[in-house]
Write a protein of this length. Structure first.
Length: 272
């Protein structure tokens, strides 16, 4: 296998009239889980357009002269999210066209519910050179840190990734999820805390057992991360007794059980 050496300085200088945009995943929060590539592009960035969930520790890795711009979107902030995304797209093109090296830093992975493909399309249409830098998505990080097997030989061979919008999916669409879950496929749900109750109700009404495992992981990989584990019938009460800080990722399924629930804390020391 042949690996091609990459030089950031050469990449950026090959486009003297237009800068390069790096659409990079910041991972789940712990700066030690940031990829080497993402850290490298942060170091040389002129401008960093970042999500609200990107931690201060990761932003501190940007060069001292980099301009940091918070372009984070919140679903319940009353803003038109489509227009906000269009504004972000415009900013990427604007800064790159001025010859700046731009990092669009997204929480988790750019293409896992991150609208990264929309930014890629906007840059492509504008003729702006870009590179996508993958990141560790929170759902996989949560499963790994708490030893929750999303797939396992002879048990389950697939996993479903969805958002809280699942609560409003059509009956046919929702039932397709249910059939997979009945076969042992776990469901990993992002941004679902506000819609958890109707989703649980639909799952029960669709025939999933009350004993089905539900893991709720808050602030994945951060020093204050928490795990609450229950079942379809108990998780709502447990979360009332122990409210979790946002963001929260849910892992729901027959085998969605933390085999070593304390492992996440032992393997996750505070940021240094």
């Amino acid at each position: 296998m042949i690996f091609q050496e990459r030089s950031l300085d050469k990449e950026i200088m090959t486009h003297p009239s237009k800068g390069t945009v790096f659409i990079a995943g910041a991972g789940p929060g712990d700066p030690s889980l940031l990829t080497v590539r993402a850290a490298d592009v942060l170091r040389v960035a002129d401008v960093v357009l970042h999500d609200a969930l990107v931690t201060e520790e990761i932003l501190a890795l940007a060069g001292s002269n980099a301009e940091l711009v918070n372009v984070g979107k919140r679903l319940a902030d009353g803003q038109n999210q489509t227009r906000r995304q269009e504004r972000i797209n415009d900013l990427l093109v604007e800064h790159a066209s001025a010859g700046r090296s731009v990092v669009r830093l997204k929480a988790g992975d750019p293409f896992m519910f991150g609208r990264g493909i929309e930014e890629v399309r906007a840059l492509s249409e504008a003729g702006i050179p870009y590179e996508v830098v993958p990141g560790i998505t929170a759902g996989i990080a949560a499963a790994d840190l708490f030893s929750i097997p999303l797939t396992e030989r002879y048990r389950n061979t697939a996993a479903i990734f969805c958002t809280g919008h699942t609560a409003s999916h059509s009956s046919a669409h929702f039932q397709a999820f249910i059939e997979l879950m009945k076969a042992g496929t776990p469901l990993v749900m992002y941004m679902g805390l506000d819609t958890l109750m109707p989703i649980l109700a639909r799952m029960k009404a669709s025939g999933l057992p009350d004993s089905l495992g539900v893991c709720a992981v808050s602030r994945v990989s951060r020093p204050d991360q928490e795990l609450v584990y229950g079942t379809l019938s108990t998780i709502a009460g447990l979360l009332k007794e122990r409210p979790l800080k946002l963001p929260v990722v849910f892992i729901i399924g027959e085998y969605a059980r933390p085999e070593y629930p304390d492992a996440g804390h032992a393997a996750n020391p505070p940021f240094s």
